[in-house]
Write a protein that binds this ligand. Structure first.
Ligand code: ZN
Length: 250
């Protein structure tokens, strides 16, 4: 259980937890990309306020009418061409310095990698890779940017972004990577996600159950019961503040 702390105390406590951990990971969600100009897709200004989820957000919808779903996807492709923010960069720096082992992200925008993070598990896939539902081949989106909707060079089918649609299961390799992380993480920095959907919700819960500590960074904290430190506030400020403390040698 965390106690109420002011921002500086919280940052210092968080940095101390990171410094004393031996296997720290981060778990991020839509909230960390907001400062990069990507609105939460579920928010009032997000994609799903303008496109019906069942008509545009499911594998069934894509199989029925891929051209129609690509109207929404074109917008998505434009939205995710954004720049990482200071919070993404601080996480990448923490990995470089050995303070962070890796990141599990629910985001499909590739911003952690753009910031330089190397060990990133994309729980919901990525927009930047395309997959052919007919032959299973995968292609970089970049190769098709001038020819959207993209067509499979071998079978002529319209390619699907390699993201997990709402009626799809988490890919097996991502699930395996997550289980492996959860089994040995002694600290999890949860940022920009309220973890209220399964199976994302089980990630902090399992780390906590196994005795790992939780740091939560959210404007509206949701994990207070299990978090050792809660940082109410912006992702970029919290991560920069934590990194400063770490580099100063807390
Ligand atoms: Zn194909």
């Amino acid at each position: 259980m965390h106690e109420k702390m002011n921002m500086n105390e919280a940052l210092r406590s968080a940095a101390r937890l990171v410094a004393s951990s031996s296997s720290a990971y981060a778990f991020t969600g839509a909230g960390v990309s907001v400062e990069s100009g990507i609105p939460d897709f579920r928010s009032a200004s997000g994609l799903w306020s303008r496109y019906d989820l069942m008509e545009y957000g499911t594998l069934g919808a894509f199989r029925r009418d891929p051209k129609k779903v690509w109207k929404m996807l074109m917008e998505l492709v434009e939205i995710v061409h954004a720049m990482p923010n200071a919070g993404h960069r601080a996480m990448s720096r923490m990995e470089e310095r050995g303070w962070l082992r890796g990141i599990i992200t629910q985001n499909i925008d590739g911003l952690h990698q753009k910031a330089g993070s190397l060990n990133v598990v994309e729980f919901h896939g990525t927009v930047f890779r395309l997959v052919c539902l007919a032959c299973g081949r995968k292609f970089p989106l970049a190769d098709f940017m001038n020819a959207l909707p993209p067509v499979c060079p071998s079978c002529g089918e319209i390619l699907k972004p390699d993201v997990v649609f709402f009626d799809e299961a988490i890919p097996e390799d991502a699930m395996r990577a997550v289980k492996n992380i959860v089994a040995h993480a002694d600290l999890l920095i949860v940022a920009g996600t309220s973890c209220n959907v399964m199976p994302a919700a089980m990630i902090p819960a399992e780390v906590h159950q196994r005795g790992g500590r939780i740091i939560e960074i959210n404007p509206e904290p949701a994990l207070s019961d299990m978090a050792s430190v809660v940082i109410h506030g912006s992702f970029s400020k919290a991560m920069q503040g934590m990194l400063e403390q770490l580099e100063a040698g807390v």
